[in-house]
Design a protein around this ligand. Sequence first.
Ligand SMILES: *[C@@H]1O[C@H](CO)[C@@H](O)[C@H](O)[C@H]1NC(C)=O
Ligand SMILES: *[C@@H]1O[C@H](CO)[C@@H](O)[C@H](O)[C@H]1NC(C)=O
Ligand SMILES: *[C@@H]1O[C@H](CO)[C@@H](O)[C@H](O)[C@H]1NC(C)=O
Ligand SMILES: *[C@@H]1O[C@H](CO)[C@@H](O)[C@H](O)[C@H]1NC(C)=O
Ligand SMILES: *[C@@H]1O[C@H](CO)[C@@H](O)[C@H](O)[C@H]1NC(C)=O
Length: 954
Amino acid sequence: MEQVFQAFLLLLLYQSLLVSAQSFYRDFSSLQSLTESWQNKPPSWVGSDPCGRGWEGIECTNSRVTSILLASMNLVGKLSSDIQLLSELDTLDLSYNKGLTGTIPQEIGNLRKLKTLLLVGCSFSGSIPASIGSLQQLDFLALNYNQFSGNIPPTVGNLTNIIWLDLSDNQLEGPIPISKAGVLGLEKLLTAKHFHLGNNRLSGGIPAQLFSSNMSLIHVLLNNNQLNGSIPNTIGRVNSLQAVRFDGNQFSGSVPSTISNLRNLGDLYLSNNKLNGSLPDLTGMNLLAYVDLSNNTFDSSVIPSWASNLSLMTTLMLENTNLQGQIPVSLFNQPSLESVVLKGNQLNGTLDIGNANSNRLQLIDLENNTITDFTQKNMNYKVSVVLVRNRICLEAEASTKRYCQEPTSSSLYSTQPNNCSPLPCSSGQISSPNCQCSYPYTGTLFSRVISFSDLGNASYYKELEQSLVTAFQSQNLPVDSVSLSNPFRNPSTDYLQLSLKVFPSSSDRFNRTGVSNIAFVISSQLLNFPNFFLPYFFIGDVYGFDAAYGSKKSSHTGLIVGVVVAVVILLVLVLLAVIYAVRQRKRVKRSAELNPFVNWELNKNSGKAPQLKGARWFSLEDLKKYTNNFSEDNTVGSGGYGKVYRAVLPTGEQVAIKRAAKESMQGSGEFKTEIELLSRVHHKNLVSLAGFCFDKGEQMLVYEYIPNGTLMDSLSGKSEIKMDWMRRLKVAQGAARGLTYLHELADPPIIHRDIKSSNILLDERLNAKVADFGLSKLLVDTERGHVTTQVKGTMGYLDPEYYMTQQLTEKSDVYSFGVLMLELVTARRPIEKGKYIVREVQNVMDTSKELFNLHSIIDPFINKVTPPHGLEKFVALAMRCVREYAAQRPSMAEVVKEIENIMELAGLNPTSESDPTTEEIDVEARGGKLRHPYDHQEGFSYSGPFPSTKVEPQ
Ligand SMILES: *[C@@H]1O[C@H](CO)[C@@H](O)[C@H](O)[C@H]1NC(C)=O
Ligand SMILES: *[C@@H]1O[C@H](CO)[C@@H](O)[C@H](O)[C@H]1NC(C)=O
Ligand SMILES: *[C@@H]1O[C@H](CO)[C@@H](O)[C@H](O)[C@H]1NC(C)=O
Ligand SMILES: *[C@@H]1O[C@H](CO)[C@@H](O)[C@H](O)[C@H]1NC(C)=O
Ligand SMILES: *[C@@H]1O[C@H](CO)[C@@H](O)[C@H](O)[C@H]1NC(C)=O
């Protein structure tokens, strides 16, 4: 009996071992085949047990894979049908992997236990498979920010547990599906709180049966589609609604009166449609914070009384809505009001804003009305009043009035240090709000419905920061602090965008687990964000994981297998290494005559080789790897010379790799000279060379990566980095110091030859760095102090004397620098709409008047924060730099001295590294959205004999 029992037990044990081994291998092999063709898988995925410890991004229950979190891993590949094999999966997050392409396989419908599916911000395309409807457990579906096309599959109506449905920012078309012929539609999703379908190409009307009183919807976003017809009155039944965005469609008819039943509504966006009839009556909707009814064809009316009676309203937008008559003073005296925009109406009479100056009001924009008078003309308003294109601004000296000038908008915010002084950080690292240098995880936060309009009000961002930190820490994530910067309203989507940086706490860098968990917490809405920012979404950037990282942890059961495999691999590696070494030796011999660097490499210790200070040699193979085979995604600029790629070295250092196109390659001797030259140049205001590649017929220069783009991008508004006068002085000083170094301290001296705003880069603290010595010439030969050479440079900056005589001196750089100074003052391109900046300034300038009479051409932003002390002296200096005869121009050293005098006048300490008074405008570039510094496309580079004698636009 006992024996039988033992046998039975053994059998049982054997059975259970067999079962677990089977499922165990099933998930290993299915993960393996799923990710077979993927690039950039976590290096910790070794061994054969995904459920053993150490497989980052994978979580298991009972030896089955239940969760895959791989957001922001820079994965490249496709989602294969093998995904269906992971049959116990309940959470899949592959968000922010731009390299994931192709369609979602039909087989995803077999993941019957899936509850959360996040594929945000990838590059998936094709239709959303109808099989998605069989994911009965699904409660969170986010497919936004991809390239899905085709119709919304009607089967989504089968997802009866769904709470979050986000299909926004794709190219979906066709109707909003409702039940038909036995197939369920969206109106059956009674648990859903979020329908986010904006920024697609949906068409047709909103079916009346979409809305019912059984629903739990709080956000319905249909903005920016091609929907038409009228808004159904059934919307008034969904009284849980908090935000409605129907803007940017072709809705017509009148707004149903039932809308006023929505007593919980905070945000109502109906702008940019063809709505008519009378303005909707919003009386009693006391939670409304943001109302935008602009650009519709409502019947003409006076300003409705509800507009003066909503105590939580921050923003009232009634642009171009056929309003007429007087504006009641009560409109401006509501406690929460931040902006009132009533542009393009026929409002008349006297504008009386009462004591609006004492509340939160920031903007009253009445452009293009028929206002004739303004009772409070006091200039010192906090609120900015815009009356451009009104009768009042047609009066004689009206143009001097602030309210008659075009508004300039800017919103500056960036998280400030917490009572500590930021340290200078090594390249790539950033100082956290707690003043620790580390590598933050970065990305962009988007608010889809923003309930405020005062983007400069720090208290909003402080609240956001607080909720982010609280959420991360309550999830036990290794987060020290977060910073926000560059609030920016995207005019095409009306989303608020903000750069987010999340700083690590336990070391200077996150590992993959850290990043994917942070990304998951944000994208699965586990944050308790303040209402004014909801709903939001996030797009994470690629993170520079340390390539050296990845402690291999093979599983207990896999140990022996692991050792055997390791030994075999080792043997193979040794063999490969031997073969490689032999071949390499042969190749070195073969190419020694062709490649001057080979000799350097070989003779490194002989003393004869040129000195390469700090510049490293990279093989083509290496750079291929770091740039993901020079993929388009890593391109940050391009121009006549070739392309520039951003890359992360295994050390974590970020670099910009400038790869010469075939046509623009130099002879190897010249290239060598250039590298020698560049590697010798070290100055904090010059972009330094990290290395080079001269391999297999390629010429590449590897520079330190400068994060904040070019001065040109900043001045033109492209990069969202706005600089006040102080900061511009510092940039001028920095660039001038860099140039002085080239002229006077480099040995031999170097003439840059292509100084222009797109060659001045801004680092993370907005210090100027001069870039691109591509055209530089050593000032070698000559006692005469010039070099005769073919004319090269950029139109608008080019020294006229140089192109006439073809004789290059340092004073040619001084000329270009003068043009650059004028650009700093005016934010205009040197040649813009046929006008040459030097001549423009000469024409308007009157030294007997205030600001030299340059009001009309000074960049209005300069005046915004502080008055531009010393601006006259600065312009005078610029004009000396652009004198016709080189001999009359100052040297760069004199220019530096003069700029420093001006800085002192302006109250800046020219020797301090970063001045506290300007620190607050250290806004940073929005992650990844910038065109890169090394891009030359904008500057029309001229090379060759000059076509005519005048610098004229084409
Ligand atoms: C819808 O859900 C039911 C279960 O409730 C399921 O039997 C059916 O196959 C699903 N339909 C589709 C089209 O997925
Ligand atoms: C109204 O339309 C004009 C012209 O198309 C556009 O510039 C403006 O931004 C629109 N206003 C709003 C509030 O959407
Ligand atoms: C001014 O507003 C009217 C509507 O009142 C509009 O038709 C016109 O285009 C606007 N003009 C400008 C210059 O914005
Ligand atoms: C303002 O416009 C209204 C309606 O167009 C008109 O009745 C009224 O007389 C105007 N008032 C003034 C002061 O022009
Ligand atoms: C990742 O970092 C966290 C916290 O910093 C640490 O607890 C964890 O062990 C790390 N994971 C790996 C695989 O190194």
